[in-house]
Design a protein around this ligand. Structure first.
Ligand code: PEP
Length: 253
């Protein structure tokens, strides 16, 4: 059984004050939920205060990025050890915004994943195709390459969560169809099986891309979807709580 996982990726949004105000509203809306995991990835500068506010709650502290070295002369970077020290449990790696704006390659992503696993941090590894790649029938080639290179020499998948995030669906309101999600997740599962055999069945695959309370019910009821990574809609406590409580949203579809 794979435990469902709903993760908020706040990107470069919310000051410490705003983030704490979000939690005041959000925690009571989800505090009795214990059959799924909930994660929040605030900015680095919010990690300590949000981490303190999340103590004794059912919500996991996540980070949006990391560097692959342990320490040293790397101005502006943050190491896995530093995240661990703040009780971060999951790190998002390979988000398409990092690939696009910060030129992160598959090789860099692979080093980051390894560095996190070495420090016993869990990883949410994002993959997904651009619209041009989809339109030229390269979706599977791209996913295969991202998986093979991103997970090169990573022999134990216990700390891994995958996130399928078609780039064209992120922040655009253009959610992937149930058929597109099902097909991509099945392909990702098959690739994971080639790498990890029966252990691949334990790896959760999240969907990300314009998830809202209005579309969450059908997304969560898609084969091989084990949760969601949510950007825009996770900034609002009521909307994100409705996404976490996805079974209750059927009437909205
Ligand atoms: C994301 O940034 O991972 C994401 C899926 O964003 P949005 O939900 O806004 O499309």
């Amino acid at each position: 059984m794979r435990t469902k996982f709903c993760v908020a990726n706040w990107k470069m949004h919310k000051t410490v004050k705003e983030a704490l105000a979000f939690l005041q509203d959000f925690i009571p809306l989800v505090d009795e939920i214990n059959d799924r995991e909930i994660g929040i990835a605030p900015t680095f500068v919010c990690l300590e205060s949000i981490g303190n506010a999340l103590k004794d709650t059912n919500i996991k502290l996540c980070a949006q990025n990391v560097f692959y070295e342990k320490k040293g002369a790397y101005t502006g970077e943050i190491s896995p050890i530093m995240l661990k020290d703040l009780n971060v449990e999951y790190v998002i790696i390979g988000h398409s915004e990092r690939r696009k704006y910060f030129y992160e390659t598959d090789e860099i992503i692979n080093r980051k994943i390894k560095a996190c696993i070495d420090e016993k941090l869990n990883v949410i590894f994002c993959i997904g195709e651009t619209i041009e790649e989809r339109q030229s029938n390269k979706t599977f080639d791209v996913l295969k390459r991202q998986i093979e290179k991103g997970l090169e020499n990573i022999n134990n998948p216990d700390a891994l969560v995958l996130a399928y995030e078609p780039v064209w669906a992120i922040g655009t309101g253009m959610v992937a169809s149930q058929a597109q999600i099902e097909e991509a997740h099945a392909f990702i599962r098959s690739q994971l099986k080639e790498l990890y055999y029966e252990k691949a069945d334990m790896i959760r695959i999240l969907y990300g891309g314009s998830v809202t309370p209005e579309n969450i019910y059908s997304i969560m009821n898609t084969e091989n979807v084990d949760g969601v990574l949510v950007g825009g809609a996770s900034l609002d406590p009521v909307k994100f709580a409705r996404i976490v409580r996805y079974e209750e949203q059927r009437r909205n579809e």
